[in-house]
Design a protein around this ligand. Sequence first.
Ligand code: MN
Length: 133
Amino acid sequence: MDTGQIFLKGQPLPSEWFSGNAFLTPLVARDKNNEFSAGSVSFEPKARTNWHTHPKGQVLIVMEGNGFYQEKDKPAQRIKKGDVIIIPENTEHWHGATAVNKMVHIAITNYKDDVQVTWLEPVTDEEYESVNI
Ligand code: MN
């Protein structure tokens, strides 16, 4: 059966850093030429990352569904299949699905030294519900 899905859903991501059901399929590992890794991240409805930062930024390419991208102290942006989001370095943000849609994005995440991400606190239900209006 062709579900239209390009990459496998992958393995569950840890509840320490993600709320709800999110999954990762690694696509590109960091190597001597590529100072980034890339993976396909699938968020079921209501799933989202914690707040976090990337020391050299990140690029998201939305492959499927509908979700949100929000930087701290800014309005959330609705994101959908085909959108490309360029996240600056050291910018606190989260990304995830809407309450009623799944969302799949490719995440391309640069390294600075050996660090790709600094995880912060969860996006609370109150914060999440305030963008799902
Ligand atoms: Mn991010």
